[in-house]
Structures are given as structure tokens and as C-alpha cells.
Design a protein around this ligand. Structure first.
Ligand SMILES: C[S@@+](CC[C@H](N)C(=O)[O-])C[C@H]1O[C@@H](n2cnc3c(N)ncnc32)[C@H](O)[C@@H]1O
Length: 161
């Protein structure tokens, strides 16, 4: 399915009507302030709006195959250019953080059910009991919003088998 920016804009409007309240970046800002994470791992960076919410002394790591960022970060930030599956196959967060565990993670990469589950499982390996994982765009607005087969079957109420 091709990405249609007009459809994405419309989904944004529908989402704000169906789920009123603070914007997700506001929620992430609160989480950064409350958790004061030592390390922040983000999957899906795009223009860096959410990644740039990390503040010192947090070390931030944002994984994205094609980010459009200009490196104006507020804290030490690394942006390896690759899909999350490739990152977790070839690297560990320890190469960027001073620990092999992450404190706070945000999953906002490829918006497919299968990929999101894989991303969460990959993160689990590096989680500690206090780690917090936030996942964006988990509530489909209609049958077209999720693109993964399993997700579409899930919405239709079938097992996908
Ligand atoms: C919705 S945007 C991220 C927005 C960003 N988190 C923010 O709030 O400012 C999704 C991003 O995920 C990236 N992406 C797509 N497939 C990915 C993958 N397999 N692994 C990591 N990132 C991926 C895209 O390149 C895109 O930049």
C-alpha cells in the first residue's frame, strides 16, 4: 500500500477527535522529565521531533533506515541509519550507551504489527525491571490504518491462521 500524505493528515485529524488529550510528544516530554532516563532508545526517528526530547544526562540512540535529521540534539545522540532488525542483528545498545540496558524506549518505526512485535521482543533482551517502553500508533482508526496482514486479521477478529 502506498503512503498517501493527505490520508495521513486526515488520520491525524480523526485521531485527535477520537483520542482527545495531550499530543504524544507532550506525553514523551513528561516521561523524560519523570524518568530522567540514563539511556533512551528510539525506533523510528524521521525528522527527530521525538528523539530531540531527550535531555542531558540521557544518552539517546535513534534507529532509522532513512532519517531526515540535522543533528541539532540537546544531548549526546546517535542515529545509526538502518532498519531496526538489522541493528539488533549486528549491534547492541551497549556500543552507544555505557551500559547494556536501556532505561526508556519508544517504538515508532515501521508501522506493521509483525515488525512492532519484533521490535518489542528485541528491546526486551536489553530491558531491566525498571525499563519503560512506549509504543506509538497502537489504536487503528479503520481497516486501512494497519498495514500488516496479522494486524488486519486481528481487526477483523480472525486468528490470521
Ligand atoms: C512515524 S516516523 C517516526 C516519527 C518520530 N518518532 C517522531 O515522532 O518524530 C516513522 C519512521 O520509521 C522509520 N522506519 C521505517 N521502517 C523502519 C524500520 N524497519 N526500523 C526503524 N525505523 C523504520 C521511517 O523511516 C520513519 O522515519
Amino acid at each position: 500500500m502506498n503512503f498517501d500524505p493527505r490520508e495521513a493528515a486526515m488520520h491525524g485529524i480523526v485521531a485527535s477527535m477520537r483520542f482527545p488529550g495531550p499530543d504524544y510528544c507532550e506525553v514523551l516530554r513528561w516521561l523524560h522529565q519523570d524518568l530522567l532516563p540514563e539511556s533512551y532508545l528510539e525506533i523510528g526517528v524521521f525528522r527527530g521531533h521525538s528523539l530531540s526530547l531527550a535531555m542531558p544526562p540521557t544518552i539517546a540512540l535513534g534507529i532509522d533506515p532513512c532519517p531526515e535529521v540535522d543533528d541539532r540534539w540537546r544531548t549526546e545522540t546517535h542515529v545509526p541509519r538502518m532498519p531496526s532488525s538489522e541493528f539488533f542483528a549486528k549491534h547492541t545498545p551497549e556500543e552507544f550507551f555505557r551500559t547494556d540496558r536501556f532505561s526508556f524506549a519508544f517504538v515508532d518505526g515501521l508501522h506493521q504489527f509483525e515488525q512492532t512485535i519484533e521490535d518489542i521482543f528485541s528491546l526486551e533482551v536489553y530491558a531491566q525491571p525498571e525499563s519503560v517502553v512506549a509504543v506509538h500508533d497502537t489504536m487503528p482508526l479503520d481497516e486501512k490504518t494497519p498495514r500488516g496482514t496479522a494486524a488486519q486479521n486481528f481487526i477483523r477478529g480472525t486468528s490470521g491462521r
